[in-house]
Design a binder for this molecule. Structure first.
Ligand SMILES: [Zn+2]
Length: 396
């Protein structure tokens, strides 16, 4: 009896020892995920213009150079203006070129009717006469808070069953922010970078997605991926190298198919007035009239990659994306072009946006079909690695 008990104890202790050995030797160390501070440009404010500003709780106006607290008060309601003395909050003049507005409470800052986390950076700009003529307003906040505001600005986060798309978008948005920081750029709060709308529209769905993917970013060959994304690819995403978005070829941005985005019923029609076409000709010194707009190269989805502008004084080749921005077109996937009697052109096309990388509408469709975030990301960024944002990766 006692021998049997002894055997049982030996077996239990051996099992425990093996388990402990596995825990201590096999489990990888948890990487130190960083949540860096970043700066987002919100807007500029011209001399004599004003923005409504509201602060709840304790706030301080701090000199950016010396960290000296210039003003400290409770609550504020009034206007932020660019005064002859520089930034001025209601009756409080900063008398400095650059100040930080620090608010103690969470989302205590409300500027131009939007609530924000973090700290407002107010930078006064001088003109040639050395007079203050503009305030540039930036928000300094944590990466994860920023990603939450981007998800709510970029996707309809309350749509049922798109949790995996919100997670994939969180990872793409977080990665894009780091990519721009590594390029030495300040992020802009609109679609030129990523739409950031503060914290008023935060939903629990978006919070869940950001939390579930906290610190995760995308990389290729150990380097942060330029994780471009867009609204609708129009049938397939573009090759970033061919579309002149990347200087080098990236496997994860080589393009992928997405036939449902190219459905005939989703096509758009857009008329470009003559004045806008002629402006393009004049911009490149080709004369006052644009005589022709020809396709030099296109991809298999009919996306115009390079276009040739023909004017009286010659021709100029321009990337499709530049043409899209200048002519105000939804996308460069064209299915038809008609020249109207007045010289304007009417284009039929599909898609919305530059078409590089992650397609938001396609991602939401895939999420509804039951794909997880990893599968969605692999579809739009083939071969990409999902990894934790460590200090090493961030500081590259
Ligand atoms: Zn698509």
């Amino acid at each position: 009896m006692s021998n049997k008990l002894g055997v049982v104890f030996v077996v239990i202790f051996s099992a425990l020892a093996i388990l402990l050995a596995q825990v201590f030797t096999i489990a990888p160390p948890t990487p130190d995920v960083v949540n860096p501070l970043l700066t987002v440009k919100l807007k500029s404010l011209s001399r004599n213009d004003s923005l409504p500003l509201q602060i709840s709780g304790r706030w301080q106006l701090i000199d950016s150079k010396t960290d000296e607290v210039l003003i400290e008060r409770d609550n504020f309601q009034g206007d932020l203006v660019c005064d002859i003395t520089g930034p001025k909050l209601g009756p409080y003049a900063a008398n400095r070129d650059k100040v930080y507005l620090h608010c103690d409470g969470e989302d205590a800052l409300r500027l131009d009717y939007f609530s924000y986390p973090g700290e407002l950076i107010i930078e006064a700009e001088r003109n040639k006469l050395n007079q203050y003529h503009q305030l540039n307003l930036y928000l300094r906040l944590r990466l994860e808070d920023y990603v939450l505001g981007v998800i709510c600005g970029e996707l309809p986060s309350q749509t049922p069953d798109i949790g995996a798309a919100l997670e994939a978008q969180s990872i793409a948005a977080r990665t894009y922010a780091i990519f721009r920081i590594q390029q030495g750029k300040r992020l802009r709060a609109d679609s030129r970078d990523q739409v950031y709308i503060g914290s008023d529209q935060n939903t629990w769905q978006a919070k869940d997605a950001v939390h579930a993917t906290r610190g995760l970013v995308l990389s290729e060959d150990g380097v942060i991926l330029p994780s471009y994304f867009h609204s609708n690819c129009g049938g397939g995403t573009a090759n970033s190298f061919e579309a002149d978005f990347s200087k080098t070829k990236l496997s994860a941005l080589a393009g992928s198919t997405d036939p449902q985005c190219g459905d005939v019923y989703q096509r758009w029609q857009h008329t470009v007035p003559v004045a806008r076409l002629d402006k393009l000709s004049a911009e490149f010194n080709l004369g006052d009239t644009l005589q022709a707009l020809n396709t030099v190269s296109k991809d298999i989805f009919q996306r115009r990659l390079v276009m040739r502008l023909q004017g009286e004084n010659g021709h100029h080749d321009l990337s499709g994306e530049h043409v899209r921005i200048r002519l105000g077109l939804p996308s460069m996937i064209w299915h038809g072009l008609i020249i109207n009697r007045d010289g304007s052109i009417t284009i039929t096309g599909s898609g919305n946006g530059h078409g590089i990388g992650f397609c938001q509408e396609g991602a939401m469709r895939q999420a509804k079909q039951g794909l997880d975030y990893a599968a969605i990301l692999q579809h739009y960024y083939p071969g990409v690695e999902v990894e934790a944002l460590t200090a090493n990766l961030f500081n590259q």
